[in-house]
Design a protein around this ligand. Structure first.
Ligand SMILES: Cc1ncc(C[n+]2csc(CCOP(=O)(O)OP(=O)(O)O)c2C)c(N)n1
Ligand SMILES: [Mg+2]
Length: 359
């Protein structure tokens, strides 16, 4: 039996639309107009949702909010390549992903108002919950993919995580398991250059995050994460591969968090505004709009109507969320176990007793 001692691996980089909106004819996936428009409109709505959520937090109407400004192409380009039966495992920044997968905006606001009700996944939707503990969702996604493989269900799982998450043990365990057991998993890394105030260069000495896949025995691809068509192309290939039973892929979407890490953060304390300005030139929404306009699919009038429709949709969602009765503190304990263990029952009773005496 030959023993392998030499390894020569490579990571490819994909860009379809450059920062000025010029498309590479050979790489353009030439998607149908209705899909392209749905992608663009969702990107615009995501950006408007994001802007509104930030303002609501500043007014004290929702709690901590993690903005996704600048990451719309990385999110929508990838989620659009996922079939409905495939499973979506987000981190906490994938607002665009939830919108694409049919989550009603009012529930997203309800969640941000601190109610567990907002995280109730609609029946039949293959979406997972927001994951705040960094990288834990990579293990969940690999576990679910492994279960699907054992059950012979032809579905893939796709998991979102940041550059900082690649320093967590969970990420490496998930990658290793996925490689060995060839699970149908797409690891979608949004390398937005920062993990709160820690820059990407402090997460790893490797040139790319994508190359980490090679050490686990599978393919790693780096894409321009601000180019929605490049992200779509790479993700579609990875999902198709997973459906064919050919195992996992790691996609590194190179992007940038244009806003604060969360509303509890202030980026002006640790990064240069010149850096932010430089990334503004690579704006994913603007770039995609130029592409659509050049293809004759978009114009000022359609933009205006989209913004008007989204404005009233967002206002209506806020109104509905704010008119709900959301003050059920016991909900915090309710939905982790089908049968609540005794220590949680005790804590819940203690809290309810405390609140009763306080009022
Ligand atoms: C296990 C764990 N450790 C630490 C934290 C605190 N924390 C919240 S976000 C974050 C940075 C994550 O950065 P990255 O993975 O790049 O994702 P991004 O926020 O940039 O999308 C940290 C350390 C946490 N939530 N979970
Ligand atoms: Mg990050």
């Amino acid at each position: 039996m030959p023993i392998e001692t030499v390894f020569e691996g490579k990571v490819k980089y994909i860009q379809v639309i450059d920062k000025d909106g010029n498309a590479d004819e050979k790489l353009d996936p030439k998607l149908p107009k209705d899909l392209l428009l749905r992608m663009y409109i969702t990107m615009v709505v995501t950006r408007m949702f994001d802007d509104k959520a930030l303002k609501l937090q500043r007014q004290g109407r929702i709690y901590t909010y993690p903005p996704c400004l600048g990451q719309e192409a990385a999110q929508i380009g990838s989620i659009a390549a996922l079939n409905e039966e495939d499973w979506f495992f987000p981190s906490y920044r994938e607002h665009g992903g939830y919108l694409w997968r049919g989550t009603e905006m009012k529930w997203m606001f309800v969640y941000l108002m601190g109610s567990e009700l907002g995280m109730k996944i609609p029946e039949g939707k293959h979406n997972f919950l927001v994951s705040i503990p960094i990288a834990t969702q990579t293990l969940h996604a690999v576990g679910a993919a492994w279960a699907a493989k054992i059950l012979n269900h032809k579905v893939a799982t796709m998991v979102y995580f940041g550059d900082g998450a690649t320093s967590e043990g969970d990420f490496h365990e998930a990658m290793n398991f996925a490689g060995v057991f060839k699970t149908p998993t797409v690891f979608l890394n949004q390398n937005n250059q920062w993990a709160i105030s820690v820059p990407r260069k402090k997460q790893t000495a490797a040139k790319t995050i994508a190359q980490k896949a090679l050490a686990y025995g599978f393919e790693g691809v780096q894409v321009d994460g601000n180019d929605v068509l490049a992200v779509y192309r790479a993700t579609k290939e990875a999902i198709d591969k997973a459906h064919r039973g050919e195992g996992p892929t790691l996609i590194e979407a190179l992007t940038y968090r244009m806003s604060h890490h969360t509303t509890a953060d202030d980026w002006t304390k640790y990064r240069d505004s010149a850096e932010v300005e430089q990334w503004k030139e690579r704006d994913p929404v603007k770039r995609f709009r130029i592409y659509l306009e050049r293809n004759g699919y978009w114009n000022e009038d359609l933009e205006k109507k989209t913004v008007e429709r989204a404005t009233s949709e967002i206002e209506k969602a806020i109104e509905e969320a704010e008119s709900m009765k959301l003050d059920n503190p016991e909900d915090v304990f309710m939905y982790t176990y089908s049968k609540m263990p005794p220590h949680l029952v005790e804590q819940m009773n203690e809290l309810m007793e405390y609140l009763k005496n306080k009022s």
